[in-house]
Design a protein around this ligand. Structure first.
Ligand SMILES: C[S@@+](CC[C@H](N)C(=O)[O-])C[C@H]1O[C@@H](n2cnc3c(N)ncnc32)[C@H](O)[C@@H]1O
Length: 293
């Protein structure tokens, strides 16, 4: 997990795993289940991994909400949002406090998500003022509503991104949390560098939270690499930036970059009570853990 700051400041399988962790009580999200056909139960180790990922992203979101609470205009820009339920669960928690959420994914993914939302009473009732807009020129698909916007655009295409997001109402000078959770590493590094660069350039008051794999050569890293090899899918950034993504962010215009591996997050930032709660949910005998020194 890495966050950079400036100024003052195989898609469905991911959802299925998040739904599994939520169903086992690792975290609370009543909306993820609306984005899958069937709720399946994953192995305890996978549930716990998804919990730590979810908790780390949530931690960054809550820090951002706290740091910007006095600002009247605040935004979350989620790049490669897929079928994540972020807006709906934060809205239900009452945590958004006027923050506007912009979710971006490829047009075909955004179109499927828009169709899903429009056909689901629970989800569409949470967007009473929504309109579905289709931009013929850029092939972008929108759901546009007061505090939720779903946009179909390839994030590698900077000019299209700028035009489309401006059209959707993104305010480039407002405090913004840019989120990319397991997205950039699927791109060749010239493209992930470019995305990180346009975000730094276009959003002068922002923090970029990214969650990606590091340490390809530890036992877990090797399992993951073999898995992606079988899927014929390369994890590009991992080759070039195996330990941290500091080298990825700073040359692209970010002023500061902090990287945390998930063991550090689990042991250093979670309270003992919360760790005990989680470890009591589905005890398992063996797991490898690299405690921070
Ligand atoms: C592994 S999924 C993660 C989804 C979501 N961030 C989550 O954590 O649940 C990666 C997502 O990134 C999207 N994506 C990858 N490259 C993209 C690009 N160039 N432009 C827009 N979306 C992209 C994919 O379509 C997919 O929905």
């Amino acid at each position: 997990m890495c966050s950079c700051s400036r100024g003052s400041g195989r898609m469905l399988c991911y959802v299925v795993s998040k739904v599994s962790a939520a169903a086992q009580g690792y975290f609370h999200d009543d909306f993820l289940k609306h984005f899958v056909c069937k709720v399946s139960r994953r192995a305890p180790l996978i549930n716990r991994g998804y919990y730590v990922r979810w908790k780390a992203v949530d931690h960054c979101l809550k820090q951002f909400f706290h740091a910007t609470q006095s600002c009247s205009r605040r935004q979350i820009l989620s790049l490669g949002a897929g079928f994540d339920s972020l807006y709906f669960r934060l809205h239900a928690e009452g945590a958004l406090g006027g923050v506007t959420v912009f979710e971006v994914d490829f047009p075909e993914v955004a179109r499927r998500k828009a169709a899903l939302i429009n056909s689901n009473t629970c989800l569409k009732d949470m967007l009473p003022d929504r309109e579905t807009v289709s931009n013929q020129q850029t092939n972008a698909v929108f759901i546009r509503s007061g505090h939720y916007n779903l946009i179909g655009v390839d994030v590698r295409k900077e000019q299209e991104v700028e035009v489309t997001l401006s059209g959707a109402g993104l305010q480039w000078d407002a405090p913004t949390l840019v989120l990319s959770e397991v997205v950039l590493t699927y791109m060749e590094t010239q493209w992930s560098d470019a995305v990180i660069g346009w975000a730094a350039k276009l959003l002068p008051q922002s923090v970029f939270v990214m969650y990606e794999q590091i340490h390809p050569d530890d036992p877990f890293g090797r399992v993951m690499q073999n898995h992606f090899l079988k899927l014929n899918s390369t994890i590009h950034a991992l080759k070039q930036y195996p330990d941290t993504v500091t080298g990825l962010c700073l040359p692209q215009g970010w002023e500061k970059c902090v990287c945390l591996d998930m063991n550090q997050f689990y042991f250093d930032l979670l309270l003992e009570d919360e760790r005990q709660r989680v470890e009591g949910l589905e005890p398992f005998d063996e797991f490898e853990v690299r405690k921070p020194p």
